[in-house]
Design a protein around this ligand. Structure first.
Ligand code: AMP
Length: 510
């Protein structure tokens, strides 16, 4: 693969199918060819360039999943702008923070949201606002329709910024992970080889595209292989049952596999054409892993990564590289280095010793957006990134030990594949009248992996209005962050250092 132009689009498009009239993306209502991908992204790239955005301008995008939204992403790459996807569940209040922090020159929203966002957009002094809806219609498409379908993708340097992914922090402030063209392309190239992508693959794409999993890992894989995607807005069991028999690869968060297994019509026959099931973004329960093999005869391949690094480790694809072992995330990908450190900063090379997972490689981001302090904190003096995860090496009888992620140093909750940061909720709950303090934890949940639970301490003698507290949370936070239960208690358990013992709470409310 020639890397003369380090622009990610230039690299991905080298893999596009030779037959440009063939279907690149199938949706239940329409097919898009490889020509459509190239021409539409060219037209949108012209639209962006004609807006005279400054070099390195951020393009913030909060829209429903559609093939056109993917083309908008490709257009940003082609024109050399920085793509900034935002979770569709974010409320106006949450959006306001991102716009203020990232200062995008262009914001693309669902047309239904523009009205409610007017004041926020004005306050953040957003120069340009365009729209795109779930059907792929809106001013982005209208205003680019008459543009030329030829666009010369800009020359990029390897470390030019391609995207910013916000990953909320435990301090309550979200951090923007700055990913370069090389971070993304190096990972895509490695994964193509490691997971055996072929041009005759068909990827069942049901993940959201505001996150590393759906936007980068899944889409890049298919694009670089010139493989067709079946593009669905979300996991819908009926659609999955219909399309799995036409697919060869599926990527999902653990919840997807739990839901498929809950469906008796999901059988070995449904998976007859499948080559590979991949799981990630949250730990896959051993029970799910085992049940899946029993039901389908397929062994789920679990991998590990994060917004700041894209993919880091993976269970093997080929059996001669070792078995796929449930409860582990496999071996470091080629070019990726992984080490486990104790609190004293010593490398733990022995098996089963739990420590902090640190990583290094061409896929690892360079810095957080406008947070030099945070960046310094999260990188070691010798250039390794502190993932914040705790892990250990396990001997599974393969040629090298496998990594297991045993917990998250920062008490991150992952519910249905989405990250929920306890601190963000705690800060809001503590503003509610009569609340003394609170602790938000994740407890095991059969469907979501983890469920959010809030433990709240009122001031003495106060009877809290729980319904009003719930209403406050609902109006300020996305649905997936809402506590499934709110417990009112007299006090929180603390250790001798005064720290709240969340592990005790987790046990108590499990
Ligand atoms: P995100 O940046 O949203 O992708 O979240 C990254 C975090 O998800 C990681 O730091 C891990 O804590 C967690 N994660 C991702 N994949 C796995 C996995 N296979 N097993 C356990 N945790 C995972």
């Amino acid at each position: 693969m020639s890397l003369q132009n380090a622009n990610l689009y230039a690299i991905l498009s080298q893999g596009f199918a030779a037959d440009r009239g063939a279907v690149a993306i199938h949706t239940p209502t329409r097919d898009y060819s490889w020509d459509d991908l190239e021409h539409t992204s060219a037209r949108i790239a012209h639209l962006l360039t004609d807006l005279a955005l400054q070099p390195g301008a951020r393009v913030a995008v909060q829209v429903e999943k559609s093939p056109e939204a993917l083309m908008l992403y490709l257009a940003c790459l082609r024109a050399g702008y920085v793509y900034l996807p935002l979770n569709t569940a974010y409320t106006a209040a949450e959006l306001a923070y991102f716009l203020k922090d990232a200062e995008p020159e262009l914001v693309v929203l669902d047309p239904a949201r523009v009205e409610a966002m007017q004041a926020t957009l004005k306050e953040a002094q957003i120069a340009h606002v365009l729209t795109l809806d779930a059907q792929g219609q809106g001013s982005v498409m209208e205003q680019s329709a008459s543009k030329s379908q030829q666009f010369t993708t800009v020359q990029s340097q390897a470390d030019d910024l391609a995207a910013i992914l916000y990953t909320s922090g435990t301090t309550g402030r979200s951090k923007g992970a700055m990913l370069s063209h090389e971070n993304l392309s190096s990972n895509a190239i490695v994964l193509k080889e490691f997971w055996g992508w072929q041009s005759d693959d068909v990827l069942l794409h049901m993940l959201p595209i505001f996150h590393v999993h759906g936007l980068f890992v899944a889409s890049h894989g298919a694009l670089l292989a010139g493989a067709r995607m079946i593009w669905l807005p979300r996991l819908d069991i009926e659609q999955a049952l219909k399309y799995l028999p036409q697919s060869t690869v599926m990527m999902g968060v653990p919840t997807y596999y739990v839901r498929l297994l809950n469906e008796p019509r999901f059988t070995r026959e449904t998976c007859a054409s499948m080559r590979l099931f991949i799981s990630g973004s949250a730990p896959l329960l051993l029970d799910t892993f085992q049940q899946f093999t029993e039901r389908t005869g397929h062994t789920i391949l679990e991998r590990y990564g994060m917004s700041e690094t894209v993919m880091l480790t993976s269970n093997p694809y080929l059996s001669d590289q070792g078995p796929r072992v449930g409860g582990t995330v496999g071996v470091p990908l080629p070019d990726v280095e992984v080490r486990i450190m104790n609190d004293e900063g010593e490398i733990l090379s022995q098996l089963e010793q739990i420590g902090h997972v640190q990583v290094r490689g061409p896929n690892v981001f360079a810095e957080y957006w406008r947070m030099p302090e945070k960046t310094r904190e999260e990188f070691t003096g010798d250039g390794w990134f502190r993932t914040g995860d705790m892990g250990k090496w396990t001997d599974v009888g393969a040629t090298q030990p496998y990594l297991s992620i045993v917990g998250r140093g920062k008490d991150l909750i992952i519910s249905g594949g989405f990250n929920v940061y306890p601190k963000e909720l705690e800060l809001l709950i503590d503003t509610f009248e009569g609340v003394n303090e609170s602790a938000v934890i994740g407890v095991p949940h059969k469907d979501f992996g983890e469920a959010v639970v809030a433990v709240v301490v009122p001031h003495e003698g106060v009877t809290l209005d729980v319904a009003a507290l719930q209403a406050l949370l609902k109006s300020n936070m996305a649905n997936y962050k809402q506590p499934k239960q709110i417990h009112i208690v007299e006090s929180l358990p603390r250790n001798t250092m005064g720290k709240v013992q969340k592990n005790v709470l987790r046990e108590q409310y499990a």
